[in-house]
Structures are given as structure tokens and as C-alpha cells.
Design a protein around this ligand. Structure first.
Ligand code: MG
Length: 243
């Protein structure tokens, strides 16, 4: 019994020591160290950076639910999730905030339909507005409804869409609203979007003026669009500017 107790105290002090050593290494005047991930490409799935909240790693729907309530009825296929027509839009169980969102998506390789009916889905950080997911490769539709548009508001700056059946990426930075020194809101929340690494939305105002959180949603628009490697990095306050 005594040996167990000593062992316990020894382990506890080892733990305390390593926790101390860990915190001693961190200097709060310096940016935290992050191990970068690997960027996904048409041939290989990406990997999240070390400080990201991984929302979907291709193996299960544990962190997701139907927006109608209950389990996700979409299917898991080849390390991705695929929309099953008519089963409804899905969302993260948890509400998330401002910061960086990343997703890989692909429209069906078998081209069916045209315009808005071709590979339509959608990516809704904080519940919306929608960053449109669509097969916009040699498929014309209205500009504020094509891939990378902030749906029904802003067309993308350029069309950086890859071909049907080819994996693509979105990085969506959701900027917090801006307050002046008196705390008055002077700018609404905004999206910056990169499509396959190309800037397509540059700090476009979208949201309400107050701080908020919301569920990340993925749309069932009736087409078997796939998603994989979904992660989020919450907003960080910047370190002070040099005096
Ligand atoms: Mg859509």
C-alpha cells in the first residue's frame, strides 16, 4: 500500500514537473508554435494544422447532426462524406465562432444537369450566409450563384473551379465585426475566401454587427457532392504592435 502511495506521489511530481517545464517553454510575448498540416490536392487528402479543431476526418459523423434533428443520413465513402438526396442539410453539433475554416469538396464526376442543378451544395460557416459549392467548370449560371459566390450577394473575383470529380479546397476566414474605441460597431463580420489557394472573396461584409457563434452547415441540394478534411481554427487576438 505504501509503495503504491509513493509511486502515486512520484508520478504526480513527475506530472507537475513536466507541466511546469512545458509552461516554462512558452513565452507569451511570442506567437504560439503550430505544426503546419499538409494541403490537400486532387491526388491526396490534406492534414489539419496542430491547433485546428478537426470536424471531419473521413471516418465518422460523430460531430455532426441533421439540421432537422437526429442522425446524419449522408453516406461515408472513400474517406469522404457524400450528400444523399432528400436527407437534408447537416450541421456540426457544436456552435463555432470566427476564424479559419477549411474544407475539401468535389462535385460528381458524372456530369448531370446544368446551371444551379449541377453539383450544387453549400458551405455555411456560423450557419450562413452560404459560400456556394457548385460545378462551375464550363457551366454557366448567374455570377452571384456560381462556385465561390457568397450566395445571392457577391460573385467570386475569379472562377478558380476545377473539373467535375476533382478534389478542390476552400479556406474561409470569417472576420469578427470591428468595434471602435468606444465599443461602437463600425464594420460587420466578413468573409475572405480562397478557392484552390486563389483569393476569390476579399473581406466582404456579410454578417450582423454583434459577436456570435453558429453551427457550420453543409447543404443537401439534391446532388451527390462529397466533402473531406474539414477543420476550424478559432480566431486569435493579435499580439500587440511594436511600440
Ligand atoms: Mg448551394
Amino acid at each position: 500500500m505504501k509503495t503504491h502511495k509513493n509511486l502515486f506521489i512520484f508520478s504526480l511530481s513527475l506530472f507537475t514537473f513536466s507541466a511546469f517545464a512545458e509552461s516554462a517553454k512558452q513565452d507569451s510575448s511570442l506567437p504560439p508554435v503550430v505544426t503546419p498540416g499538409v494541403y490537400g490536392n486532387p491526388n491526396k487528402v490534406g492534414k489539419a494544422p496542430s491547433d485546428a479543431i478537426v470536424l471531419f476526418d473521413g471516418t465518422n459523423f460523430n460531430l455532426w447532426e441533421s439540421t432537422k434533428g437526429g442522425e446524419v443520413k449522408w453516406k461515408l465513402i472513400d474517406g469522404a462524406m457524400e450528400v444523399v438526396r432528400g436527407t437534408g442539410t447537416i450541421q456540426t453539433k457544436k456552435k463555432l465562432g470566427y476564424g479559419q475554416y477549411h474544407v475539401e469538396w468535389r462535385t460528381p464526376d458524372e456530369v448531370k444537369g446544368s446551371g444551379q442543378g449541377r453539383g450544387n451544395s453549400g458551405f455555411f460557416p456560423l450557419g450562413g450566409p452560404e459560400v456556394q459549392v457548385l460545378d462551375s467548370y464550363k457551366n454557366s449560371t448567374y455570377s452571384h450563384g456560381q462556385a465561390g459566390s457568397i450566395y445571392n450577394r457577391y460573385p467570386p473575383l475569379v472562377n478558380a473551379c476545377r473539373a467535375p470529380g476533382v478534389w478542390q479546397t476552400y479556406d474561409v476566414i470569417v472576420h469578427a465585426p470591428v468595434q471602435d474605441k468606444e465599443g461602437k460597431y463600425i464594420r460587420k463580420s466578413a468573409y475572405t475566401v480562397l478557392h484552390n489557394g486563389v483569393l476569390i472573396q476579399d473581406n466582404m461584409e456579410v454578417g450582423g454587427s454583434k459577436g456570435k457563434t453558429g453551427n457550420l452547415r453543409l447543404q443537401d441540394h439534391g446532388n451527390p457532392v462529397r466533402y473531406r478534411n474539414i477543420w476550424h481554427r478559432p480566431y486569435r487576438d493579435p499580439l500587440p504592435m511594436k511600440k
